[in-house]
Design a protein around this ligand. Sequence first.
Ligand code: ADP
Length: 148
Amino acid sequence: MNIGGTMYKNILVPIDVWEKELTDMVTPHVESLAKLEDARIHFLAVIPAFPYGGFESGLSVADLEKRLIDSTKKELGEIIRKFSLPEDRADRYIVIGRPKDKILERAEAISADLIIIGSRRPSISTYLLGSTAAAVVRYAKTSVLVVR
Ligand code: ADP
């Protein structure tokens, strides 16, 4: 145990910006650990890569991606604003890819010493652990706090 609170310096908080209920469950845990530890919080929103073809929208893949990135940025910004965290202690990242891969990659890149995730969407009651959460718990080299 490290007296003075330097156990968790870099905490990765992956956020599914379209699942507000899940984020609400995670928020108090992030806030209290951030306060306790004086940690830097790294928020990460992953836009799932999907086959962009076949749309009738007339938008190019680049336009669609730009729109998705813009709306995700806006959502993530609003979510972060609701956290009571000092601005200079929070970083944000928005990337496109497979959520579990990007979460694991980012954890390495920032030398995370903790990842805080929600366990699953509350509306889905068949599993206790969603597929992204399960993969993170299974493959992350760092400790993971799964909020239920
Ligand atoms: P479910 O399958 O019920 O949606 P998930 O395993 O996908 O459950 O979600 C659990 C947690 O995984 C979320 O609380 C979030 O921390 C993380 N997560 C899921 N999808 C994303 C995403 N697209 N970007 C960032 N984090 C995500």
